[in-house]
Ligand binder design. Structure first.
Ligand SMILES: Cc1ncc(COP(=O)(O)O)c(C=O)c1O
Length: 429
């Protein structure tokens, strides 16, 4: 493959330096397409790490950014406020599940999760009954900062730091797929009983239960059932703990509804969102809570305040981008609602001899390649498919043998057909 060498002054993320492939230099993005310096054009089948919603270079977001930059590019967000942050909160709240009506801004998915964990822990401390334990799920990924790593599953990504992470109790994530085995209900039951048992045996122990609702992203696009999530929410409520949902990936239409929590009909206590919030233009994140949680922070005692913030908290340009993205989402809800039916038809056409565990929800479709050897993030099948797909004009980034699609909502019918057809050919190959 031709292209520039890795830049001598750059350190690329998630990349073993010694075996790094030559990175592809992107000149321009337009709709669902990326135009490369070497003349090729790729369909972005993964929304550039799941952030892009409306397509690259969406002019209405670009203009909103331009206008805001000329008006107020940034101001500290303590002791000062501004309309973009206020308006974004006002317009986000009606789309959030349940009674979440209080927005705390940060920078990205990891920081949104850090904030959620800190709010949960301090909530109990402020109420005079400190709790510090968290329940989370095996296979979870919540980001790369230390708190986010701690609540995530231990993995290749966390191995160098495992001894530095606070302990979190992880339970199996009862994944489902189309036509799954009869054990699915049983697996859900076991997990739910276990959550129930732990919460009742340690009623003052758990600050919160954290889950990626309906879909575990980086853990392999693993989907759980809506009824599992609903029952989990009931058990957490009954057990007197807080339900934290990490909607960093699932938010803003990815599961076919505004949020996965909305789709499942649950009312979490704390919700994290980031990635798609600005339509993929700028880093911005929110952690949302309702009055029940916020009430524990209302006091004037400095000891009860949430002492957390970032230089760019509530950056006005980021908020302006998010407002423009929200408008587009509101205008074109059909774009994220309509994709699931197409995905399901595509999955039904996959060769079951070569693939298994087909699954889809909203704008996400996934399946696993039938392969030899230990499945996992480093399984070579994913890398090979990624390289072949690039040759055929598709940007994919399989998670080991798990192949998934999560395209921007701008994907045209013709582009969608081309993606499906190319994938079928690649798998047959
Ligand atoms: C569910 C989930 N939470 C948190 C994160 C971390 O987000 P960020 O990479 O923006 O820090 C990710 C990133 O993939 C994610 O998928």
């Amino acid at each position: 493959m031709t292209g520039p060498r890795p830049h001598p002054n750059l350190w690329y993320p998630f990349t073993p330096v010694g075996s790094m492939a030559t990175p592809l230099r992107v000149l321009r993005g337009e709709g669902s397409l990326l135009h490369l310096e070497d003349g090729r054009t790729l369909i972005d089948c993964i929304s550039s790490w799941w952030v892009n919603l409306h397509g690259h270079g969406e002019p209405r977001i670009a203009r909103a950014i331009h206008d805001q930059a000329l008006t107020l590019e940034h101001v500290l967000f303590a002791g000062f406020t501004h309309r973009p942050a206020e308006e974004l909160a006002e317009r986000l709240v009606p789309h959030l599940p349940g009674a979440l009506d209080r927005i705390f801004y940060s920078d990205d998915g990891s920081t949104a999760v850090e904030v959620a964990l800190k709010i949960a822990a301090q909530f109990w401390r402020n109420r005079g009954r400190p709790r510090t334990a968290f329940l989370a799920f095996e296979g979870a990924y919540h980001g790369d900062t230390f708190g986010a790593m701690a609540v995530g599953s231990r993995s290749l990504f966390t191995a160098p730091f495992d001894s530095l992470l606070f302990e979190v109790e992880h339970l199996p994530f009862p994944e489902r797929w189309l036509g799954d085995d009869e054990g699915g209900d049983q697996r859900e039951e076991v997990v739910l009983r276990e959550v129930e048992r732990r919460l009742s045996e340690g009623p003052e122990r758990y600050a919160g239960v954290l889950i990626e609702p309906l879909v575990q992203g980086a853990g392999g696009m693993r989907i759980c059932s809506e009824s599992f999530l609903r029952r989990l929410a009931q058990i957490v409520r009954k057990g007197g703990s807080l339900l934290l949902v990490d909607e960093v990936m699932t938010g803003f239409g990815r599961t076919g509804e505004w949020f996965a929590s909305t789709r499942a009909g649950i009312e979490p206590d704390i919700l994290c969102a980031a990635k798609g919030i600005t339509g993929g233009f700028l880093p911005l994140a929110v952690t949302a809570v309702g009055e029940e949680v916020f009430g524990a922070f209302r006091g004037s005692d400095p000891d009860q305040a949430l002492w957390h913030g970032h230089s760019y908290t509530a950056n006005p340009i980021g908020c302006a981008a998010a407002l423009a993205s929200l408008t587009l989402l509101e205008e074109k809800e059909g774009a994220f609602r309509g994709m699931e039916a197409h995905h399901l038809r595509f999955l039904a056409s996959l060769d079951p001899e070569r693939t298994h565990r087909p699954r889809a929800i909203g704008t996400i479709a996934a399946f696993d390649l039938r392969t030899d050897g230990e499945p996992g993030y480093l399984h070579p099948s994913g890398r090979i498919l990624r390289e072949r797909a690039l040759e055929r004009g598709l940007l994919l980034r399989p998670l080991g043998p798990t192949v998934y699609l999560m395209p921007p909502y701008s994907l045209t019918d013709a582009e969608r057909d081309r993606v499906y057809q190319t994938l079928l050919e690649l798998i047959a190959d």
